[in-house]
Structure formats: structure tokens, C-alpha cells
Design a protein around this ligand. Structure first.
Ligand SMILES: Cc1cc2nc3c(=O)[nH]c(=O)nc-3n(C[C@H](O)[C@H](O)[C@H](O)COP(=O)(O)OP(=O)(O)OC[C@H]3O[C@@H](n4cnc5c(N)ncnc54)[C@H](O)[C@@H]3O)c2cc1C
Ligand SMILES: *[C@@H]1O[C@H](CO)[C@@H](O)[C@H](O)[C@H]1NC(C)=O
Ligand SMILES: *[C@@H]1O[C@H](CO)[C@@H](O)[C@H](O)[C@H]1NC(C)=O
Ligand SMILES: *[C@@H]1O[C@H](CO)[C@@H](O)[C@H](O)[C@H]1NC(C)=O
Length: 536
């Protein structure tokens, strides 16, 4: 079996050139994948060209930001949806051999669509891991092996299915793919108690640039460090994470309190900044969602702040914690609901009340909007005058949104260099968003608005560098060119995402992928060749 196949493959390879027309390149890729996969590949259901009727549906299936599937955006030449780990290895080996640019997608939630769009380099193909989504929970060992294409909601469900007192501290939005999500850090409502998802990873399997499938021991501690926060698609393709489960109480309390900025909300927001990270118990997480609403009486547009909370415990203790730490919110028993941890996940993710956890098994995105987002970190409370200017700017936009996420607790107990994610000693993170409903509907205007807001906020946020969260990918911060990457330019975004850890990421990248096979607009660049020569 093996011999004729491999001979045929060698023949095809030798007769190839990079200028092959698409169909013959496609044949060669299929041949190569067949040769390297350990199990037969059902190509009719795993390999899609723009000509196949399913192509558009598959491409859009997990694309979260609709901006990146409009017709004017470049499309992949093929989409491959492997059904076995060895097919991911084959995809790396074969695209490398054939000189095809590869993008990898897990949950498709990249803010700038980098997992399924290449703006700097065409043609390209997408390896979509949606069919690799096993979640194997081991309650006795307190761990789980989770496959890259699973959503974080499926992981939560599979844990809760086996135990009401185990959980995992990762993202709020349940349709995130664990492949991309955890490589960037991954925070959620339990971060103040347990840190990030990446802080709770104990092993992983990755396909490296040579197509090898490596676990923690085989990849070594440097690479294992880099993939827990260094951002997606720079070092290889994550196949699996092994995560450490964390204890959760059988009763968890959730609440939402709404205040408009006009109703004394500015003072309250000022107070929240002073207590949410530093004063409140680590069991308590209160984030603030800021958006426009119309006043219930006058019908006039106004800025609303929603204080959305999760408390790892019952309502009685929560009210005590609030009485000492944040009485200004006037939280009452009426605002609170006692529930299980898994239902608190649904609550924080904004599912309608009464939704059953089984919805998480659909692994589907609930959003699907056109948007642009940016991020900031804050170390000192923004003064009330600053908040007032912010209010005025929000009022000028159609659908603006901000989410303020409190840090403190476990976050500040972990050193900045423990993993590449460096944002440990801040009060809170800001996410800015502007959302629109139809393609090209004043897109330029919305983007201009958010950029101006970002400039306005500069005095109030971290400086030198002005820190940003890599999982809130923002190409405004700079992009790599196809080749000959400028380090000065890359540091513009690299230092913001990773601070000093950027240097170590570059060293590791240079070691594991010196030719820069795994690359995108903001991937970690390897050191250029001449510099490497002088070092050896
Ligand atoms: C609606 C929404 C809510 C969000 N909420 C949160 C939140 O609560 N907390 C939080 O921390 N973040 C949140 N994020 C950000 C999220 O963590 C990132 O967008 C993350 O990169 C998504 O991972 P993904 O697999 O879904 O995305 P993808 O688009 O598939 O991948 C993102 C990046 O990782 C790469 N990648 C994907 N799979 C792999 C793999 N297997 N191996 C190596 N590289 C890979 C991709 O090529 C791409 O560069 C949210 C995003 C959205 C859109
Ligand atoms: C797709 O279809 C077009 C026209 O229908 C054809 O010319 C082209 O060769 C096809 N491409 C592939 C990859 O099959
Ligand atoms: C963080 O460290 C402080 C001081 O050592 C400790 O009191 C606190 O419990 C720690 N927090 C967590 C969540 O481990
Ligand atoms: C790469 O960039 C440097 C500095 O910008 C330039 O001097 C050099 O010629 C470039 N090399 C290539 C191959 O483009």
C-alpha cells in the first residue's frame, strides 16, 4: 500500500512548480495529505474549494466578525476540515512542501478574522479544526484533555455534567474556540480567584513546523511557555490542551444592577474603579457593561452602566461582602439569583433566563455582527472629569459598547513573566466596541469614532507601553509585512501585547520556526538571518 502511494506522491512533487494552476496544486495537496494521514481522508466532506456549494457556509460557519466575510475580503483557495490529529500534521507537512500559506481556525472569534482571512498574502488555505472537538474530563485526576476545535462552552458543559463542584476559569462568551482562546491568555468571571485559563494549563499537544505531534515534555518548557499567552498561530497548531479543573461551590450567585450615568452613575463608576480590583473578595467578580439605552421615562438616549456580577458562594455572604466593600451599589437580595456554576456561566454569557446548559453543546456563536474593537488597561482610577468626556463621546456613536473587567486577586499574585500574558497589576481592562448591522454601513465612520475615543483615553490608561490584550486583536497597532519584518515596527504591537515577554517570544520563535512558516499580520517574528548568524 505505502510504496505505490509514496512513489506517486514523489512523482507529483517532482513535476510540480510553484506556478501550477490551482487545480493541479489542489491535486498535489490532496495526494500529499492522503499519503501523510494515518487514516483515510473523506475528501468530499473535508475539502472545500470556492466552487463547492458548501464553501461559503463552511467559511461563514464560525466567522464571528461579519466584516471579514463580505465579498471584497480575500477568500481561501481551499478549506480543509481534518477529522484526525494526523491530518493536521499532514496539513503542515504538505502546505510547507508545496509552499502554500496556511491559516488555522478553531472557534473563528479572532477580532480581525486572522484565522480565515489573509490580507497581506494570497493565495492561502484554511485548516479549520471544527471537527476536532473532543472533551475528556477526568474528575478523579482533576484534569481534562480538551481538543482545539471544542468551544469553551462545551468544555464547561462536560465538566458540569460530571460534577457540580468543579469548573474552569476561561472566557465569558461560550462559543470561543479553545485553540485560539487559550493561546492568548483567556479570562473570565473566575479570573480574580484562579487567574486565566492559560495559568491553568498543565500540558498540551502541538504540531510543530516539521509536522511532529509534541507533548509538553517533547516540546520543552520554552515552547510550552510561549503557547500559553503568546497569541495564536505563531509557533504551531495546538491540537489539545490538558487543563487543571478548579473547585466551585455548589451555590453560585449572579446579579445585574443598572444605573444610567445621569442618575449619579458617574460617581458610582468612579467608586467601582477604586474597589472592584483591590477591595472586593476574590470570590466576587463585578464587571461593568456600558452602552446606550433610552431612558424609561423621557425616552431620551442615555448612557447605561450594567454592573454584572458572579459570586462564588450564596447570597447571604455576598450581601455581607458588598456591605463592607461596595455599599454604594445598594445591592439587595432581590437583584440576586442563587444558582449552579454552569447556570451562572449561561447568565454571564447573556443567554435568556431559563436556557438549559445543553445549548452549549451546539457550540454556536450567539453574536455575528460587524464590529471593530480595541483594548486598554487602567492602573489609576479615571477621574470623574475623564468619565464625563467619555460619556459625551459615547453619546455620539450609534451602537458603542464598553466592557470594564476588574483584575486584582489571583491576577496580581502571578508574576508578569510566568507566562507571556503580562497584564497582572492593573485595576481593570477596558474593551471598546462599535457595532453595526449591515455591511459597509458607514464602516469608516464607526472606525474613525473608535480611533478617536482611543486617542481621548490615552491620558487615563497604561503608558510606555500602552498595554493591549492580544486576544482583542487590533491591527491598528501595526502589522507584519509578508517578509523582511521590521523589529522596530513589530515592537509597536509586540510590547503592548507582551511587554518584556516579547523578547523571549522572539527568541523561542527563532528557535522553533526560524523560516517563519507560521505567520500572519501580527505573528511573533523570528530574528532575521544575519542577526542569527552573529549570535552563533
Ligand atoms: C464575542 C466574543 C467574546 C469574547 N470573550 C472573551 C472573553 O470572555 N475572554 C477572553 O479572554 N477573550 C474573549 N474573546 C477573545 C477571544 O479570546 C479571541 O478572539 C480568541 O482568539 C478566539 O479564539 P478562537 O479559536 O475562537 O478564534 P480563531 O479565530 O479560530 O483563532 C484566533 C487566533 O488563534 C489562531 N489559532 C486558532 N486555533 C489555533 C490552534 N489550534 N493552534 C494555534 N493557533 C490557533 C488563529 O489562527 C488566530 O490567529 C472574545 C471574542 C469574541 C468575538
Ligand atoms: C471552478 O469553476 C470554474 C468555472 O466554473 C473553473 O474554471 C475552475 O477550474 C474551477 N476550479 C476548481 C478549483 O475546480
Ligand atoms: C494572593 O496573595 C495574597 C497574599 O499572599 C493572599 O492573601 C491571597 O489569598 C492570594 N489570592 C489568591 C486568589 O490566591
Ligand atoms: C529589508 O529591510 C532592510 C531595512 O529596511 C533593507 O535594508 C533591506 O534591503 C531589506 N531586504 C529585503 C530583502 O527586502
Amino acid at each position: 500500500m505505502m510504496l505505490p502511494n509514496s512513489l506517486l506522491f514523489l512523482f507529483l512533487l517532482m513535476s510540480s512548480s510553484l506556478a501550477q494552476p490551482t487545480s493541479s496544486k489542489q491535486d498535489m495537496l490532496i495526494q500529499c495529505l492522503t499519503y501523510h494521514s494515518k487514516v483515510p481522508i473523506p475528501f468530499s466532506t473535508t475539502f472545500f474549494t470556492p466552487n463547492s456549494s458548501a464553501f461559503t457556509t463552511i467559511l461563514a460557519s464560525t466567522a464571528d466578525n461579519l466584516r471579514y466575510i463580505v465579498p471584497s475580503v480575500p477568500k481561501p483557495e481551499f478549506i480543509f476540515t481534518p477529522t484526525h490529529d494526523s491530518q493536521v500534521q499532514a496539513a503542515v507537512i504538505c502546505t510547507k512542501q508545496l509552499g502554500i500559506h496556511l491559516r488555522v481556525r478553531s472557534g473563528g472569534h479572532d477580532y480581525e478574522g486572522l484565522s480565515y482571512v489573509s490580507q497581506i498574502e494570497t493565495p492561502f488555505i484554511v485548516v479549520d479544526l471544527a471537527k476536532l472537538r473532543s472533551v475528556n474530563v477526568d474528575i478523579q485526576q482533576n484534569t481534562a484533555w480538551i481538543q482545539a476545535g471544542a468551544t469553551i462552552g462545551e468544555v464547561y458543559y462536560r465538566i458540569a455534567e460530571k460534577s457540580t463542584t468543579h469548573g474552569f476559569p476561561a472566557g465569558v462568551c461560550t462559543s470561543l474556540g479553545v485553540g485560539g482562546h487559550i493561546t492568548g491568555g483567556a479570562y473570565g468571571a473566575m479570573m480574580r480567584k484562579y487567574g486565566l485559563a492559560a495559568d491553568n494549563v498543565v500540558n498540551a499537544r502541538i504540531v510543530d513546523v516539521n509536522g511532529r505531534n509534541l507533548d509538553r515534555e517533547a516540546m520543552g518548557e520554552d515552547l510550552f511557555w510561549a503557547i500559553r499567552g503568546g497569541g495564536g498561530a505563531s509557533f504551531g497548531i495546538i491540537l489539545w490542551w490538558k487543563i487543571k479543573l478548579v473547585p466551585v461551590p455548589s451555590t453560585v450567585t449572579v446579579f445585574t444592577v443598572a444605573k444610567t450615568l445621569e442618575q449619579g452613575g458617574t460617581k458610582l463608576l468612579h467608586k467601582w474603579q477604586q474597589v472592584a480590583a483591590t477591595e472586593l473578595d476574590e470570590d466576587l467578580f463585578i464587571r461593568v457593561i456600558i452602552q446606550l439605552t433610552s431612558d424609561s421615562k423621557s425616552g431620551k438616549k442615555t448612557v447605561a452602566t450594567l454592573y454584572q456580577g458572579q459570586f462564588l458562594g450564596g447570597v447571604e455572604r455576598l450581601l455581607q461582602v458588598m456591605q463592607t466593600g461596595f455599599p454604594e451599589l445598594s445591592l439587595t437580595q432581590k437583584d440576586c439569583t442563587e444558582t449552579t456554576w454552569i447556570k451562572s456561566v449561561l447568565y454571564i454569557a447573556n443567554y435568556p433566563s431559563g436556557t438549559q446548559p445543553e445549548i452549549l453543546l451546539q457550540g454556536k456563536s450567539t453574536t455575528k455582527i460587524y464590529y471593530k474593537a480595541k483594548s486598554d488597561f487602567v492602573k489609576d482610577p479615571i477621574p470623574e472629569t475623564g468619565l464625563e468626556g467619555l460619556r459625551k463621546r459615547l453619546m455620539k456613536e450609534t451602537t458603542p459598547m464598553m466592557i470594564w473587567t476588574p483584575y486584582g486577586g489571583m491576577m496580581s499574585n502571578i508574576s508578569e513573566s510566568a507566562i507571556p500574558f503580562p497584564h497582572r497589576t492593573v485595576l481593570f481592562k477596558i474593551q471598546y466596541l462599535t457595532i453595526w448591522q449591515a455591511a459597509n454601513q458607514n464602516e469608516a465612520k464607526h472606525i474613525d469614532w473608535i480611533r478617536k475615543l482611543y486617542s481621548y483615553m490615552a491620558p487615563y490608561v497604561t503608558k510606555s507601553p500602552r498595554q493591549a490584550y492580544v486576544n482583542y486583536r487590533d491591527l491598528d497597532l501595526g502589522i507584519n509585512k509578508k517578509s523582511n519584518i521590521s523589529f522596530i515596527k513589530a515592537s509597536a504591537w509586540g510590547n503592548r501585547y507582551f511587554k518584556d515577554n516579547f523578547n523571549r517570544l522572539i527568541e523561542i520563535k527563532t528557535k522553533v520556526d526560524p523560516e517563519n512558516f507560521f505567520r500572519h499580520e501580527q505573528s511573533i517574528p523570528p530574528r532575521p538571518l544575519p542577526a542569527r548568524r552573529t549570535r552563533n
